[in-house]
Each structure stands twice: as C-alpha cells, then as structure tokens.
Design a protein around this ligand. Structure first.
Ligand SMILES: [Zn+2]
Ligand SMILES: [Zn+2]
Length: 239
C-alpha cells in the first residue's frame, strides 16, 4: 500500500468516530474510550523509543528544538487560542464558537498526524507502520471529540460529521505535502515527535487518569506492550 493509502485509512477513522458520536452509539463510544487509553500507551512508546532517537540521529541536538516547537504549537492551537477543548466525548453544552476554534486547533494536530506518517515511511517501512498504527488508534476518539463538540454547540449531524471529515482531510494533506515542503522534509519527524508526545501525554492520558476502575489503566499499559509486540513482529516479518 502507498503512504496515501495509509493516510486515507487514518482519515476514515475520523469519519467513523464522528458518525459514532452523532448517532450516540453507546457501545461504540465505550469502546472508543478504551482506544484513547490503548492509543496513548502505543503513541507514547513509539515517540520515546523510536521517533526521538531517530530525530536526534538525523538532526543532532538541533532536532530537540523542533520537538519542543511541535509540542508548544499543539498547546497554542488547542488550548491557548481555544475557548473549550478536551479529548473525548463532549457531554455538556458549549458555544458554537467553541466548536470552530476547537476545529481549527485540531486541524493543526491532524495535519501533523499526516506529517508523522509520511516522515516515518521516509525513514523506514517499519517506522512508518508503527506511526500509522499509533495514529489510527486515536483517530476514532479524535472524530468523536470534534463531532460531539459540534453537536453540543448546536450544529446539525451533517456538519458535525463534516468537521470530522475535515480532520481526516488535514491528515491526508500532511502526508501529501511532507516530501515537498522543505522544513517538513527535513524536520518533519522531530516536529511530529513533539506533536505526538503532546497528543499522547497531554491530550489522551489526562482523559482517563482521573477515572475510576481498572479497564482504562490496563488498556494504557497494554498499548505500550502492543507497541513492543508490533515492533517485534515487524522485525520478524522484515528480516
Ligand atoms: Zn467539555
Ligand atoms: Zn491525531
């Protein structure tokens, strides 16, 4: 499959998540909540174990600045310049403007989801597949987040799912432009490393760390374990 194919699958995850939120599919939403925790564990692991060392090997200590920049950019776009945003299903009323600013903030993040996939495949097929998996795991929750926020802001179902589709489109765009835009071709891996670090540790983990019960923590640690298992399988398949 081409890199674009992987981007399209990831984009579809956004739309499926959006549909689940708009239709109020309770069972689906519970499952997606589990994916937040599982995705967080996987994403944190791939970033720390693979993306950061690879970025430093390629860009030297200068890459550290791009990691930090990626992290700060997500905070700026999702929280500083946003009325109301958190990951997961929106369960209380918000203003319509909150839906717009959250969408704009998430567009930057989802664009970098695409940059991460393309930068990963530019290094190796193994890293590309690992990053694709990390991103696909949080695409459904991402769709739920934006669509439920739009519904809570009083928008119709079609517009809410449309917002989720726009997130998917941003990811496809990220994949398509990474090879062509020089700063992304050179620093895309480090930048998206900062973004995925933020998404895993500052978007996804806070969503379940305050919740009771054992299922979500178990899903989180399983996510980390799943990363090592997937890495092992890919090495076996490749070698
Ligand atoms: Zn809220
Ligand atoms: Zn994302």
């Amino acid at each position: 499959m081409t890199t674009l194919g992987y981007a399209l699958i990831a984009a579809m995850g956004n739309v499926v998540g959006g549909l689940a939120a708009v239709r109020g599919a309770r069972f689906g939403l519970r499952l997606i909540e589990g994916m937040v925790a599982l995705g967080a564990g996987f994403m944190l692991s791939v970033t720390i174990i693979e993306v950061l060392p690879e970025s430093f090997a390629r860009g030297g200590s200068g890459a550290a600045g791009f990691v930090l920049l990626g992290y700060l950019l997500v905070h700026l776009s999702q929280h500083t310049a946003t009325q109301h945003f958190h990951f997961g299903e929106e369960t209380h009323q918000v203003t319509r403007v909150a839906g717009v600013t959250a969408l704009l903030g998430l567009l930057l993040h989802t664009f970098f989801d695409g940059v991460a996939i393309a930068s990963g495949f530019a290094v190796s097929r193994e890293l590309g597949l690992l990053l694709f998996t990390a991103i696909v795991l949080h695409k459904l929750p991402e769709g739920v987040t934006i669509s439920s926020l739009q519904v809570a802001g009083g928008r119709r179902g079609g517009q809410a799912v449309g917002s989720a589709a726009l997130l998917g489109l941003a990811t496809v765009t990220g994949v398509l432009v990474t090879g062509w835009v020089v700063p992304l071709a050179t620093h895309g891996l480090a930048l998206s490393g900062g973004v995925t670090l933020y998404v895993a540790a500052s978007n996804l983990v806070p969503e379940f760390q305050g919740k009771r019960g054992w299922k979500l923590p178990v899903a989180f640690f399983l996510g980390a374990g799943a990363f090592f298992a997937t890495k092992e399988l890919l090495t076996l398949a490749g070698g």
